[in-house]
Design a binder for this molecule. Structure first.
Ligand SMILES: [Zn+2]
Length: 120
């Protein structure tokens, strides 16, 4: 039996037995359980994000005046992806730069911090 189902069954039994004091405590226990589940999900998500950041951090190199992720998992062919050096070095945030505009414009603009970078 799942913990929430068990609590519900126990709650019903206690109500029928007119033990409202204990039934009330079970209601509190149920809320605690739900809060812990939610907190657990948030921690798992945070942990996954941190693991991903660590994986990415170990693959970042500085070349041609900008930062790059080598073997980027976000690309289909795990190619090298340019990221904004300003956002990465100051904020620790990975903002991929639109590589497809190279050759058409003199620089690439970060969509987040709006700085324009030129390959050296
Ligand atoms: Zn930026």
């Amino acid at each position: 039996m799942q913990p929430l189902d068990f609590i519900k069954t126990a709650y019903d039994v206690l109500q029928k037995a007119n033990r409202l004091d204990l039934a009330e405590q079970l209601t509190g226990l149920r809320e605690d359980l739900l809060n812990l589940r939610e907190e657990n999900l948030e921690l798992k998500e945070e942990n996954e994000n941190l693991k991903q950041q660590l994986r990415i951090k170990s693959k970042i190199v500085y070349e041609q005046g900008i930062c790059w992720i080598e073997e980027d998992e976000m690309t289909k062919d795990k190619s090298k992806t340019p990221i904004c050096p300003q956002c990465w070095q100051v904020e620790g945030i990975v903002n991929r730069l639109p590589i497809q505009v190279w050759g058409q414009r003199p620089g690439i603009q970060c969509a987040s911090c709006k700085r324009i970078f030129h390959l050296k």
